[in-house]
Every structure is written in structure tokens, then in C-alpha cells.
Design a protein around this ligand. Sequence first.
Ligand code: PEP
Length: 245
Amino acid sequence: MERRPLVAANLKMNDLPEGALEEDSPFRERGNADVIAIPTFLDIDKCIGKYIITGAQYGGRFDVAEGAYTGDISMQMLYDRRVRYVLCGHSERRELHNESNDNVIEQAVAVLKHNMHPIICVGENSEQRKTGKEKDVVSEQLAGFPFNSVSYTVAYEPIWAIGEKALRAATPEEAEEMHAYIRSLLDEEHRAVTRILYGGSVKPNDEAGKMIRQPNIDGFLVGGCSLQLDKFKGILDIVNEATGE
Ligand code: PEP
């Protein structure tokens, strides 16, 4: 595989699970995949202190390092604390914080400007899939992103497959079709090297094994199972096994 897999734990608004910082934590695993933890802002320093590669769930899109932005946190602050990845446009932020496509792209550009790595989340809702609009939705979400930027990751997370309200997980075929489409949108220089993650009810099961063997699926963004370290470890085992073949 040309691209080293990436498995990211999106801990959302949850404390670190017990054992997350211990020597044998899967967040500290160095196998065939890059592993990153994306905790709340309160736990970022703790993770970095244990040499866990750490991301933030959000960063301010405004081009300022500090100032009168109540509740916000600047990209400069994240960078100074050695955060290296920032999730941009998770569907929960798009929905609950009204982040528009433009806001998300501005945010991703701000991440790049501060020499960090954006993970841009895209994905359609169930209605949009039912009516065959999923590719239009995703290409609109990515419109305006400078695909020729140094390095970035895209996470395809169909909203209907995410979290407790998930109707079902995407099938490997559905995910692969969208991933191949997303890859076709990238510029030529980045097409072969950019990682595209799948997120949505990923569990340590056969489906995850089938997913990671798809040519355009380069890893996972994991929500629920990142709070259960045995399950997160199970997902890593599946990725390690598939990439060790
Ligand atoms: C997510 O919300 O990023 C996610 C992938 O959640 P889950 O794995 O719980 O579906």
C-alpha cells in the first residue's frame, strides 16, 4: 500500500477512558498504522505528555493568535501545545454549531497556515443519499479547499452511519465508491499520497477488515469504540493484520 494507514480516535465530549495514558494504551501503539487521539481540549496536554500523537476536535478559523473571541481557541495556541492534527467540519459541529462549508474550508486553511494537518470531515445525510445526491454534497463540502496544499486528510463520514443514531454502517462497497470519488477530486500530485479515512460505526469486526482492504480506504475515524480501549485495540489489530499481508 502506498499510504500508511491512519486510525484516529475521536473522543468527542468525553473524558479519556481509563488506561488511555498507560504504557500499553492502544493510543500509544506503534504498529503498521499511525494512531492519533483527538480528546477534548482539557486532555490535550495529558496526551502529548505521554507522547501520544494528538489532534484537536476544532480550532478557530479566525486569523488571530489571541484576543476577544470568547469560547474560541486559536490555531496558534494548538500549535504551541504541539497539537499536530485538527478535525475540521465534523458533522456534529456542522449541525450543532452551524459550521457552513465555507467556515470549514476557512478552518482547514487556517490549520495549514499553522503547519498542522487538517482532517476535513465530509458526508451526506440519509435523505441526501436516498435521493442520490451524496457525491454532489461531498464535492460541495470540499469546494474551495486548496487541494495542492502540503498535506491533509479527508474523512468520509456519512451522517446516517455515525454514532448512537446510526441507521447502519456503510458497506465496504458504498464507502469505497465514495472514497474513489473523493480521490478523483484531488489534484494529481496529492491523489496517490493523501489518506482518506472512513468513519461511521467502525467496530472490530469482519466489515472493518473488508473496509481496510479497499484500495481507497486508508484508515478509520473512530467515535464510539475509541472510548472502549479493547475495541479500539481490536480495530488496530485488524488494520495491522491487513497491512501486514
Ligand atoms: C464520529 O462521530 O466521528 C464517528 C465515527 O462516530 P462512531 O464511530 O461512533 O460512529
